[in-house]
Write a protein that binds this ligand. Structure first.
Ligand SMILES: *[C@@H]1O[C@H](CO)[C@@H](O)[C@H](O)[C@H]1NC(C)=O
Ligand SMILES: *[C@@H]1O[C@H](CO)[C@@H](O)[C@H](O)[C@H]1NC(C)=O
Ligand SMILES: *[C@@H]1O[C@H](CO)[C@@H](O)[C@H](O)[C@H]1NC(C)=O
Length: 584
């Protein structure tokens, strides 16, 4: 996800680009043998945080698949081609219907899937996670003039990463098929990056299924009409992280088991004089634009992700330039088997317990908030540390991908866990692949209207209230998250044991669960406001004051001096002689 820009904002905002963090863990490295992939969709309030179900459909032989422009604004698509929940409703009727920018061949049958800005999970357990990356080439979408490369007035590329991920959901049963499909469509029809920033003109997906996960990294070609891409298979016993910079280094054309490459990948670099035949081919060195926003914007999260999975491996925290001199491995074997709860925790990370802990220091304010807002409108220039957890995250999903069988009925084997907002303030709710409708609590996220039935808005309220007194309030959020996610585990176990497979029943069960979580989150915000009203712990009626370190740093000691000592006359006067006599 990348922040959408308009008009004058473009220059400043380009250096503030949004971005996302992605993890993938192979099936031999997880506790339950699932493939785990995850994605924090880090955007802005202009983006679309809804999770909507796109039903399976049959198509007649003469039907074409319309392709839409994807500016990643709310509503991301509006029309009649993606099921009932993308049709105009009370929230979207003021917007124009999406216009196709082109058409491709349709297939006889498309699969049902849950969709965010990208595909999330289809009925076969194919799933993607996205992170925008810098790239040396970029172009604009077909018919668009926004973000075109020098020398081009209007775009000709048809495929965005959003569209490619939807097509993968609609058409594929495995991650390898998904990579091959997306790659070939991008090569044939042209690929354009996020339409707002020439900086982050490349893209990456991690694509998973119950057997394996692939990293897929792509950019437009120098003609703006095709694409350059590489896909690398994650070893089953390893995990990897992507944080707004390509990670695929050496690619091996002959190793078809582990690499799938665009036909032009070597030729373009060779023709530019970047690469010589017979030498190793480093995809990131050739095609990445390095880190954007600031140094460590990507590398710090790569470091942290790898360290959380493998604390026994000492990795450096500093480097020169990771495009030219990589210091982090592409993937690691985790020290311990990883669960879906670990991925949820990784997405909630703010470098706690490290030298970069964002709840520490004066930047964290008096009450230790890990959140750092954008500074686009400030005259002071600088950079905040970038943690994996982020206040402007639209949604996070952790997909737990497993084959049916062994106590996992069809439809209950693969689960998308969805947090409808910044993960440190949201709870993950489970949506098994057998659910074939939109979860109501996740269906609404109107950026311009508070809705008490929108999980996204309730999560944002909890976040905003936590800024009042993060250090004491967030503990309650944490407890609520743990309780809700444990209940969800128990619910899944129960449904699996009951052998429930009917979509109607699964819909009902998981709608109800999400509604209960919504209700909890609705109560959480007023509870926090009440519990710590006026910086007082209402249970004990003790004022909570401020941390000493912050008082020290704040200039508190240089405030008004102590009150003058009242030791003069009156009242300390020599009593008159006559009065003294009276007292005695
Ligand atoms: C959900 O599945 C049921 C049972 O297969 C089917 O009747 C129904 O049409 C499906 N709904 C959608 C929206 O695909
Ligand atoms: C809808 O399209 C018209 C014509 O292109 C344009 O003038 C108008 O601003 C659009 N409305 C919205 C809400 O985008
Ligand atoms: C939202 O608020 C309205 C009006 O206050 C109320 O009638 C409705 O029950 C609320 N909905 C939910 C889901 O809490």
């Amino acid at each position: 996800m990348i922040r959408a820009l308009s008009g004058l904002l473009w220059l400043d905002a380009a250096s503030q680009t949004a971005a996302c963090t992605v993890f993938a863990v192979g099936k031999m490295a997880t506790k339950d043998g699932s493939v785990l992939i995850s994605h924090s969709d880090d955007g802005s309030p202009t983006n679309d945080a809804r999770l909507l179900y796109v039903p399976a459909a049959d198509h007649s032989p003469d039907e074409k698949r319309p392709i839409y422009y994807t500016p990643e604004l709310f509503p991301r698509y509006l029309g009649y081609h993606m099921g009932p929940d993308y049709r105009p409703d009370a929230d979207t009727k003021a917007y124009n219907l999406s216009d196709p920018i082109g058409y491709i061949e349709q297939v006889p049958h498309t699969f049902g899937y849950q969709s965010g800005t990208y595909g999330v999970l289809n009925e076969h357990g194919v799933s993607v996670a996205e992170s925008t990356c810098s790239a040396v080439f970029g172009t604009c979408g077909k018919g668009s003039t926004v973000g075109c490369e020098p020398g081009r007035k209007v775009g000709s590329a048809l495929m965005s990463i959003d569209t490619l991920s939807y097509l993968a959901m609609e058409r594929t049963r495995t991650s390898r098929e998904a990579v091959e499909l997306m790659g070939s469509l991008a090569s044939k029809y042209g690929f354009y990056g996020p339409p707002d920033s020439f900086e982050g003109s490349g893209e990456s997906l991690v694509v998973g299924d119950p057997d394996e996960a692939w990293a897929f990294q792509i950019l437009s070609d120098p003609t703006g009409t095709s694409a350059i891409w590489a896909a690398k298979r994650l070893p089953d016993d390893q995990m990897t992280v992507v944080a707004n910079m390509y990670t695929i280094r050496e690619v091996k054309a002959n190793d078809k088991e582990n690499y799938i490459l665009s036909p032009n990948i070597f030729e373009v670099a060779k023709s530019k004089g970047w690469w010589k035949e017979g030498t190793a081919f480093d995809f990131t060195l050739m095609y990445s634009g390095g880190e954007y926003a600031h140094k460590y914007y990507s590398g710090r999260r790569m470091w942290r992700g790898l360290q959380m999975a493998k604390p026994s491996l000492a990795l450096p925290t500093t480097y020169e330039d990771i495009r030219y001199k990589p210091v982090y491995p592409w993937s690691v074997v985790p020290d311990a088997k990883v669960s879906h709860h670990d991925l949820m925790a990784w997405h909630r990370d703010w470098y706690a317990g490290t030298e970069f802990d964002m709840t520490k220091g004066i930047q964290a304010g008096p009450f230790g908030t890990p959140d750092r807002y954008q500074t686009v409108s400030s005259k002071v220039k600088g950079h905040w540390e970038r943690s994996i957890a982020l206040y402007r995250t639209n949604a996070v999903y952790v997909q737990q991908l497993h084959h049916p069988g062994e106590g996992r009925p069809q439809g209950m084997a693969s689960v998308a866990w969805y947090a409808a907002g910044p993960p440190h303030y949201a709870a993950f709710v489970p949506i098994p692949s057998g659910v074939n409708e939109t979860i109501h609590a996740l269906q609404f996220a109107n950026p311009k209207k508070f809705e008490n039935y929108s999980m996204n808005w309730l999560v944002r309220r909890v976040m905003d209230v936590c800024q009042i007194r993060f250090d004491v309030m967030h503990n309650y959020v944490y407890s609520a998250q743990q309780a809700v996610e444990m209940q969800a585990d128990a619910l899944i176990e129960k449904v699996r044991q009951a052998g429930t497979t009917s979509p109607a029943e699964l819909n009902k069960i998981f709608q109800e669960h999400a509604s209960q979580v919504l209700q909890k989150w609705k109560e959480l915000m007023p509870f926090l406001l009440f519990r710590f009203s006026g910086n007082t712990d209402i249970e004990t009626m003790q004022s909570l004051s401020y941390p000493d370190a912050w008082l020290d740093a704040s200039g508190y000691k240089d405030g008004p001096p102590d009150a003058p000592k009242e030791d003069r006359c009156p009242p300390n006067c020599d009593p008159p002689a006559s009065a003294a006599e009276v007292v005695v």
